[in-house]
Design a protein around this ligand. Structure first.
Ligand SMILES: [Zn+2]
Length: 102
């Protein structure tokens, strides 16, 4: 997965295109992520002990990784991601525009 939890991403397709949010969860097998406050789905829930009222709960749905792009903090825009190997041998992702680590 090129996207990780906590990354800032922008939706590039669909009705929420252009919106940004932080990645909450990553599902590598499905190649999907849940993004904070985006792609909300309404769940009708039955009353439970934790939620005695039941009713409608909004929660984040998932987005396929091909529908999002990482946002570079320095460029403040969505960017293509490259890779760089550090002297320590560690592989990091960088912004192809400015070279900033993402
Ligand atoms: Zn950049």
């Amino acid at each position: 997965m090129r996207i990780r939890k906590g990354n800032l991403v922008e939706i590039i397709t669909g009705k929420e295109a252009g919106k940004r949010g932080k990645v909450l969860r990553v599902f590598p097998k499905q190649q999907r992520v849940a993004v904070e406050k985006l792609n909300l789905i309404k769940r009708h829930t039955k009353p439970t002990q934790q939620n005695p009222q039941g009713g409608i709960v909004e929660r984040e749905g998932t987005v396929h990784v091909t529908n999002i792009m990482l946002v570079c903090n320095r460029c403040n825009r969505r960017v293509r991601v490259g890779h760089k190997i550090l002297d320590t041998g560690q592989k990091v992702r960088i912004c192809r525009k400015c070279g900033e680590e993402i």
